[in-house]
Unconditional design. Structure first.
Length: 196
């Protein structure tokens, strides 16, 4: 977890505190949003979320609720995106919204049930895909997603720049999103979310 004191510093307008929170949460929020919308849209949504955080920093509650606040803001923007761009009839919009509601509810439920249901097939497929990644990218992904380390901790352990770690995370997620089914990518996002 991040240092909660960063939130107090952020409320005071400290840009370095904001940058630290951004670096910590960006890969997590991006994975969450990319599971719901296209990659290009996800990037815009996540940037909008962090812009909103910066612009409303003085109103932020400096406590443990920041994590939920951030993901709820991302979720709301995904729903807004679907409402604005949905060209199908109201039924399709309703079904898409219901699907996203269900996904969001799963994020708040016990992930162990999901892990039991998906474990064998899901982990076998994930393992096969990870084997195809470049060695360092695979190692970064495992340390981040499986072991739950922060980008800074991975950077220190592997002795590579933090930006390189973040780049590896982004590229690994992009690859997995392209090769996993939508449901399996959601499960990957859920498992990661609950390890944080």
């Amino acid at each position: 977890m991040f240092d909660v004191s960063l939130l107090s510093q952020l409320r005071e307008g400290n840009r370095e505190a904001f940058n630290s929170l951004f670096r910590h949460y960006y890969p997590r929020v991006m994975a969450y949003v990319a599971a719901m919308v296209e990659q290009e849209v996800a990037e815009d949504v996540v940037q909008d979320v962090f812009l909103h955080v910066w612009e409303n920093r003085k109103k932020l509650y400096a406590g443990e609720g920041f994590h939920s606040y951030l993901f709820q803001a991302a979720y709301t923007r995904c729903i807004d995106y679907y409402r604005k761009t949905q060209s199908a009839d109201k039924y399709n919009l309703h079904m898409e919204g219901a699907y996203l509601e269900e996904y969001n509810a799963l994020l708040r439920s016990d992930a162990s049930v999901l892990e039991e249901i998906y474990s064998k097939d899901f982990y076998e497929q994930l393992h096969n895909l990870l084997e195809k990644l470049p060695t360092q990218r695979r190692e970064v992904f495992i340390l981040t997603y499986i072991e739950g380390l922060k980008a800074k901790e991975v950077s220190e352990r592997l002795q590579i720049p933090q930006r390189t770690v973040e780049s590896h995370i982004y590229l690994a997620i992009k690859y997995l999103r392209a090769h996993l089914s939508k449901n399996d990518f959601y499960i990957l996002s859920l498992l990661y979310f609950f390890r944080q």
